[in-house]
Design a protein around this ligand. Structure first.
Ligand SMILES: NC(=O)c1ccc[n+]([C@@H]2O[C@H](COP(=O)([O-])OP(=O)(O)OC[C@H]3O[C@@H](n4cnc5c(N)ncnc54)[C@H](O)[C@@H]3O)[C@@H](O)[C@H]2O)c1
Length: 359
């Protein structure tokens, strides 16, 4: 199994580590900035370096799969180029800039008969997998309602870079932090959405005191035109409901990364707490069930192995295992389309200041 990585930035190493752990070879890395590809090749053995996917496809025609680790605007064109060349595709989140783009990608994967998966890495976290087992075995009953939170107090990933430029990113935390919404939907069975009511805010986007401890360097010449926070309620055709909070910057006590849900037999919570805001190595992950047994209220702690990568390497490994048939794919492009329809609806509802129907 030969994989080529497109985009040698911050996330590429997780893709590399996950693919190789699953037994695949990373045959090449392409980056329009070949210096970055060269720097990456110094950290991990990579067969070849290219400036673009087109060159990579010419140089290694028997490539099996391509991973897309570029800024969001390039997810669709790079994924389409790879799918149309008959390659399986693993693409970073968000799947695309909007649902229309995602629908094109889904159609291309069907036409090519190739796998299209996304880096919804939080589904691959050990505690999410453990929780999913309880849900699938019926311990939770039907999930009525869920709350998805990824809220930061001071977590803007640089000013003027691609993250804060709508034309390149598609938006701020709504599109950058879809992980908890995706995980909640995964637990809920990815129901068909019906309505969305959302508010989007733009505070602090010019205030360096709200910059995160990571991200990409500031660019004085760049644009900062995306939102800093969003609060939304989604209802589903099943009657289920989901409350979503996501932010890069707002006055909250601390960063919260969690999904909670209320089922007919038990509730549950999967959470990551960062020890020092935003730093993976000092984090604490937990997984809990809230239920009733023999007339008393019971809380259960589920212990799962520690995974600092937050499932990132595990999700990349799952892509290889799904191609080779060793494991079912942890996510599908049909689910990604539902997610992007909700993202579109969040922006639309906020702009119109009223609820919007999701079709
Ligand atoms: N799953 C996660 O936890 C997670 C975390 C951070 C970022 N991401 C996502 O990963 C993606 C990349 O983010 P990053 O932090 O690695 O960004 P980055 O800016 O560090 O790296 C992106 C790289 O892509 C290259 N590039 C841009 N367009 C290209 C093209 N058309 N062809 C080849 N190379 C191109 C750039 O030169 C750059 O080196 C984004 O979609 C982001 O949303 C995911």
């Amino acid at each position: 199994m030969k994989v080529g990585i497109v985009g040698a930035g911050g996330m590429a190493s997780y893709h590399y580590d996950g693919f190789t752990a699953a037994g695949a070879e990373v045959a090449a890395v392409a980056d329009m900035d070949t210096k970055r590809a060269g720097a990456f090749a110094k950290t991990r053995p990579v067969g070849k370096i290219y400036e673009s996917l087109a060159e990579m496809l010419k140089g290694i025609p028997d490539l099996d799969a391509v991973s897309v680790v570029t800024p969001n605007k390039f997810h669709k064109p790079v994924a389409l180029e790879a799918l149309n060349a008959g390659k399986h595709v693993f693409c970073e989140k968000p799947p695309a800039l909007n649902a229309a783009e995602m629908a094109e990608m889904l159609a291309a994967s069907k036409k090519a008969g190739k796998l299209l998966m996304f880096d919804f890495n939080n589904r691959a976290r050990p505690e999410s997998r453990a929780m999913m087992r309880y849900i699938k075995e019926g311990a939770v009953g039907n999930i009525n309602s869920a709350q998805a939170n990824w809220i930061r107090r001071a977590g803007i990933p640089g000013f003027g870079g691609w993250f804060t430029t709508r034309a390149l990113s598609g938006g701020g935390p709504v599109i950058d932090l879809p992980h908890m919404m995706d995980l909640a939907l995964h637990f809920m069975g990815y129901p068909e959405p019906a309505w969305c009511l959302a508010g989007v805010f733009y505070d602090f986007m010019d205030n360096k005191a709200f910059k995160g401890p990571w991200g990409i360097p500031d660019s004085a010449a760049g644009v900062t035109d995306v939102e800093s926070s969003c609060h939304a309620m989604i209802s589903f055709k099943t009657g289920q409901t989901l409350a979503v909070r996501c932010s890069w910057a707002e006055f909250v006590e601390r960063e919260v990364v969690s999904v909670t849900f209320q089922g007919t037999k038990a509730g549950g919570k999967v959470e990551r707490l960062f020890g020092i805001d935003g730093i993976d190595t000092t984090s604490f992950d937990s997984c809990r069930l809230f239920t009733e047994e023999y007339g008393v209220q019971v809380n259960r702690d589920i212990t799962a192995e520690k995974d600092e990568s937050m499932g990132r390497t595990g999700q990349a490994s799952n892509f290889i295992d799904a191609i080779t048939g060793k494991a079912p794919a942890l996510n599908t492009p049909e689910e990604a389309l539902i997610l992007m329809k909700i993202v579109d609806a969040m922006y639309e509802s906020a702009a119109l200041k009223k609820p919007v129907e999701i079709r």
